[in-house]
Design a protein around this ligand. Structure first.
Ligand code: DX5
Ligand code: ZN
Length: 220
């Protein structure tokens, strides 16, 4: 099943509750929260208090994408705050197994995020410990960037790597996704599709989610 995960990075934070309600009406099943520390990435966004309030205010699956250094220090706290999915970057963590287990121990799904220039080889051992992989199709840090075309081939190779190992790891993809490229991305094996500016940059975010869902099944 393909799930649309609107990223609140591009939402109006003064109306966050209403923005999330709108994407739920449009058929989104996940809400993606981008946590940035100004160190791992050159931008600062939101942290635990916002995740806690979002989780308390919606029935959607809360998905926190941690773009922070030393994620092992905080990952379990995000699960405790109500996130059902927590991903940490492979580039940021020397103790990935421990961090992923700390997320699972809190009952959340543990994900590994990987940057565009990081080879899939970095996942070969760790993939077995993760519930999902978050493939970045832009360099993390900002919404509204252009999709990096080679991500489609990387996505196909990741799908193959997972299948070869007989795993059921899901693939989430993040960055530069809109109506024009979503079907190719779904066809290449992504199941959870993050979209920020394509949803909250639209005048009607509920309708934007509907259109993404329709476009997702128009196989190329
Ligand atoms: C980028 C974030 C993304 C971002 C996606 O660092 O991880 O989740 O919000 O935004 P769009 O869909 O506009 O590329
Ligand atoms: Zn993200």
């Amino acid at each position: 099943m393909v799930e649309i995960a609107p990223s609140i990075l591009s939402a109006d934070f003064t109306r966050l509750g209403a923005e999330i309600e709108a994407v739920e009406r449009g058929g989104a099943s996940v809400v993606h929260v981008d946590v940035m520390d100004g160190h791992f990435v050159p931008n600062i966004t939101v942290g635990l208090p916002v995740v806690k309030h979002v989780a308390g205010a919606t029935r959607l699956t809360v998905d926190t994408h941690l773009m922070i250094s030393e994620p092992g220090r905080y990952a379990a706290q995000f699960a405790e705050a109500g996130a059902q999915m927590v991903s940490v970057h492979v580039e940021a963590d020397a103790h990935l197994h421990r961090t992923l287990m700390s997320i699972k121990d809190k009952g959340a799904q543990a994900g590994i995020a990987i940057n565009p220039a990081t080879p899939l080889a970095a996942l070969e051992e760790a993939v077995q410990f993760a519930d999902f992989i978050l493939l970045m199709s832009v360099n993390p840090g900002f919404g509204g960037q252009k999709f990096i075309p080679s991500s489609v081939d990387k996505l196909r190779r990741l799908r193959r790597l997972i299948e070869e190992r007989g795993l059921r790891t899901r693939i989430e993809i993040d960055g530069g996704i809109d109506r024009t490229n979503i079907s190719e991305i779904v066809g290449a094996g992504a199941e959870i599709i993050v979209a920020g500016s394509a949803v909250f940059g639209a005048t009607d975010p509920a309708q934007a989610v509907r259109e993404l869902r329709e476009a997702a099944v128009q196989w190329v």
